[in-house]
Ligand binder design. Structure first.
Ligand SMILES: Cc1cc2nc3c(=O)[nH]c(=O)nc-3n(C[C@H](O)[C@H](O)[C@H](O)COP(=O)(O)OP(=O)(O)OC[C@H]3O[C@@H](n4cnc5c(N)ncnc54)[C@H](O)[C@@H]3O)c2cc1C
Length: 452
């Protein structure tokens, strides 16, 4: 899948390799910095953010992803120093066979460590383990004055936390030291439960907060009436060796083989994303799931990265592409979550794929997205005219309820809502200005939302 293929959201993508460069060293970065004009520069990992965070029209884009990380070595305590451009894909290929796993994995392994930290990404275990910033011991940050500053939760901590979730706007992460999670095997023991309504799902997820390391629910956002929000909850953890049975005999308890198995069709029938089709798909998906299945063994790829198994999955939305909307609403604002689910289900904007996850407490990063509560992520076809007014109206209500939109997925938020959704924006801006008084780090998102 080409990097630019994912940038098919609302705003017109300005990504083009014409203004991109791939420096080989910190020395090269210094040369770039010396020449940069007022449009500035921004780091780009694998471009898996859905909007315009890693594009910079009229300025420079610094590509960081690298594929040659064979020398990656993990200490006995699970500490590992990684280049900012190392991908989670490469990290897992190296460390899973040694009995380690990334402390946090987003829903795709095609992201870089720098990109993951710059969005303080979360996984299915946020309620238990927090987001990735909580597992970073140290960052080596290339700053606007050409120096590389080492920062950590103890040293230069304000700069550290402004960089975690800072969307590349404090500098370029050239290296990061991460604490990995030990795993007994590369399989997960997964429980699957079908739930008939949103309230039943929320009850089950509150229980899972205490019983399961990983949890995520697929949720039906098109069916109305009593079954609104019906869902399929999967929870699990890595399987102990004695839970593997025959599964481990063939290829080893720590085997890891993340192949892409099928390709999405190159062209999509235009009717596929109509409401009736999406409803039929949701019906089939719900019925296909077992009512209750316990301890099914699943691979890392199947459990954590199901979309990565389908080459070009984003093409399923056809030429106009899709919009992803991810929101968090705090614990105590469950009425808002109910309103969101019911409003989307009653609207004429069909959401093909929607997931609900639990978040634990926020970390100290001022622009980090997660906060204690519920996060819903939903895809909408960008060509549907009802989508924009629907999401605009929901954004206002979410902000008033103390929630926020995930900027890694955004291409359309009203800038006026950002200070309400991210009340510590001013704190972040002060740190940023102190390390980049000349405004070298710039991006399309930063200009669109006016956050610098
Ligand atoms: C299928 C799919 C599933 C996803 N699931 C999740 C999920 O479950 N949880 C979640 O949190 N996110 C999720 N995401 C979003 C994704 O994890 C983030 O957008 C991530 O930041 C992308 O990393 P990247 O390397 O592609 O960075 P890019 O998209 O290239 O860049 C993202 C930001 O990071 C900055 N950046 C990149 N490299 C560096 C660096 N070296 N130093 C400083 N800044 C840098 C960029 O400037 C930009 O602001 C998902 C995305 C997809 C496509």
């Amino acid at each position: 899948m080409g990097d630019d293929e994912l940038l098919s959201g609302w705003g017109r993508s300005t990504w083009s390799r014409a203004n991109a460069t791939r420096p080989a060293s910190v020395g090269d970065l210094r040369v770039l910095l010396a020449d940069v004009d007022e449009r500035g520069l921004i780091a780009r990992g694998l471009g898996r953010s859905y909007g315009d965070q890693a594009t910079n029209a009229g300025g420079l884009v610094v590509e960081t992803s690298r594929i040659d990380d064979a020398a990656l070595s993990v200490g006995p305590d699970g500490r590992v120093r990684l280049h900012g451009g190392t991908t989670i894909e490469n990290l897992l290929r190296t460390v899973v066979p040694q009995g380690w796993f990334t402390p946090v994995s987003p829903g795709t392994r095609f992201v870089t460590i720098g990109g993951a930290i710059a969005n303080d990404v979360h996984g299915k275990n946020h309620h238990r383990d927090g987001s990735i910033g909580s597992h970073v011991e140290e960052l080596e940050l290339f700053c606007a004055d050409g120096t590389v500053v080492r920062c950590s939760p103890d040293v230069e901590s304000e700069l550290f936390w402004a960089t975690v979730g800072g969307m590349g706007l404090t500098g370029i992460i050239v290296a990061a030291t991460l604490r990995l999670t030990p795993i007994p095997s590369s399989r997960l023991q997964v429980d699957t439960t079908r739930l008939a309504s949103l309230d039943a799902l929320m009850d089950a997820m509150r229980v899972a907060d205490h019983t399961s390391r990983y949890s995520v629910a697929w949720i039906d956002l098109v069916t109305t009436g009593r079954c609104t929000g019906r869902s399929v909850l999967t929870t699990g953890d890595f399987a102990p060796l004695d839970g593997l049975g025959d599964d481990a005999l063939g290829d080893g308890a720590l085997a890891y083989d993340p192949r892409q198995r099928v390709s999405a069709p190159a062209t999509v029938p235009s009717g596929l994303l109509r409401r009736a089709t999406v409803r039929a798909f949701n019906e089939a998906w719900f019925r296909r799931a077992p009512r209750r299945r316990i301890a099914e063994l699943q691979t890392i790829s199947r459990f954590f990265h199901p979309l990565d198994g389908i080459r070009g999955w984003n093409r399923l939305y056809g030429r106009p592409g899709f919009v992803q909307w991810q929101v968090v609403v705090p614990d105590g604002a469950e009425e808002m979550l109910r309103e969101i689910v019911h409003t989307i289900a009653r609207s004429s904007a069909p959401s093909f794929l929607a997931v609900l996850k639990r978040f634990g407490p926020a970390d100290p990063a001022p622009l980090s997205f997660p906060l204690l509560g519920w996060t819903l992520a939903a895809d909408f076809p960008a060509g549907n005219r009802s989508v924009a007014p629907l999401l605009d109206a929901l954004d206002v209500k979410v902000a008033a309820a103390g929630g926020r939109i995930y900027l890694a997925k955004d291409a359309r938020l009203d800038p006026a809502l950002v200070p309400t959704m991210y009340p510590r924006l001013g704190e972040w801006q002060a740190v940023r200005r102190s390390v980049d008084p000349g405004g070298r780090w710039q991006s399309d998102l930063a200009r669109r939302l006016g956050i610098l």
